[in-house]
Design a protein around this ligand. Structure first.
Ligand SMILES: [Zn+2]
Length: 386
């Protein structure tokens, strides 16, 4: 695994270089390479001529044999993507499902997509090394899905166990935070501390530093990673009922669904329609978004300041109306930041499409394969009885 990771980060390398990096003997490395090559993890790509002696092979991960699968289930779309170890897209599947779909039917369709990819891999004599499944909801540590507000049929399903048992593909499932980050920070994210504001029918945020999510295991069985949960910060004790069952959450005041419900006069059903309405010039809708973004900035200011956020990125459906609320966001921040600090902030939106989330899910599968220890400890709630 150490050899594979090293090649993933620094390939191509020769055996001497790998041995030096990992501080192990040439003889031991030679054995590892033989084994890894036999299992098609790695392949020699060229010979490096070094004066007289024997030419040294350069090695890389074999893109032909090592595939990674991402599955993304959200907003009525089920899609999956197969990539090779260099991130190249091998194939994509995409279909929609009705909101009232049964678990059995959705499960069937998910498995049909996996089966299709497995066939494709077999035809290439390749292996799907890792699957990552992204869906809304919370998780238990063991991967069992819980508390899915908008797709409750998933409650109680454990995709890790189910997919691995049926297809023999190691699987890890979680919510969309890592695919979102992978999808949105392909543009930048290095040398930056970002707040990704994921604004759609609900509201959530991801914080990252230098392209890596800021996250830590939560020692308490009562709470999930608080940073992912900013939409459910209580901003109004005994306030509006939120979709999560609590009262007074930020999401209950700024989520697209909450806004649409609080303002039936606009005739918008959800965040997508609300954003369209505002962009089409409806002054009342635009004003609503400006007020909502003001509340978001006011609520999150301390977090921005605490983490040294320099870039705030709006993603998802509501980000489409960014031109309508950009100025209001700046105006609210200007109440908190001195002018010279405000100048150092970047505010933008990223067209985080379904395609990017799907690709982000496949990239996450690859990350989980190479760095499982970064994902396992930070997933979900600790079991109450462990
Ligand atoms: Zn809530």
């Amino acid at each position: 695994m150490d050899v594979l990771r090293l090649l993933f980060e620094k390939q191509p390398m020769d055996q001497t270089g790998v041995a030096r990096h990992l501080s192990i003997t040439r003889a031991a490395i030679n054995l590892h390479f033989l084994e890894l090559a036999a299992e098609h993890y790695i392949r020699p790509i060229a010979t490096q001529s070094k004066g007289r002696g024997r030419p040294a092979h350069l090695w890389e991960l074999d893109p032909q044999y090592n595939l990674f699968m991402g599955i993304a289930i959200e907003n009525g779309t089920l899609q999956s993507e197969l990539i090779d170890c260099q991130g190249g897209v091998v194939d994509v599947q995409k279909e929609t499902y009705p909101a009232d779909i049964s678990f059995e039917l959705l499960h069937q369709r998910i498995f049909a997509q996996i089966k299709a990819f497995q066939k494709l891999a077999e035809a290439r004599e390749a292996q799907i090394r890792q699957c990552f499944l992204a869906s809304p909801g919370r998780r238990l540590e063991d991967g069992t899905i819980l508390q899915v507000v908008n797709l409750p049929i998933l409650n109680g399903w454990n995709p890790d166990r189910d997919i691995e048992q049926t297809f023999g593909i190691p699987t890890f499932n979680d919510a969309f935070h890592t695919p979102t980050l992978q999808g949105a920070s392909e543009e930048d994210g290095a040398n930056s501390t970002m707040a990704l504001l994921n604004w759609d029918d609900g509201f959530s945020a991801i914080f990252s530093s230098n392209g890596r999510q800021i996250i830590w295991p939560d020692p308490s069985p009562k709470r999930v990673r608080a940073l992912w949960d900013v939409g459910h910060l209580c901003i109004e004790p005994n306030g509006r009922l939120c979709r999560c069952g609590k009262h007074g959450c930020l999401e209950a005041y700024v989520g697209g669904l909450a806004l649409a419900q609080m303002h039936p006069e606009l005739g918008c059903a959800d965040s997508r329609e609300l954003a369209q309405c505002a962009m089409a010039g409806n002054a009342a809708a635009a004003n609503l978004l400006r007020q909502a973004v003001g509340l978001v900035m006011r609520t999150l200011y301390t977090t921005f300041e605490l983490f040294g956020v320099d870039t705030i990125v709006f993603v998802n459906t509501m980000a489409a109306a960014f031109p309508c609320f950009e100025e209001a966001a700046w105006a609210e921040l200007a109440k908190f930041y001195p002018a010279e600090e405000l100048k150092l902030l970047t505010l933008r939106h990223s067209p985080l499409t379904e395609d990017k989330l799907r690709h982000g899910s496949a990239l996450t599968a690859r990350q989980v394969f190479f760095y499982p220890e970064k994902f396992l400890p930070v997933r979900g709630m600790h079991m109450a009885n462990n």
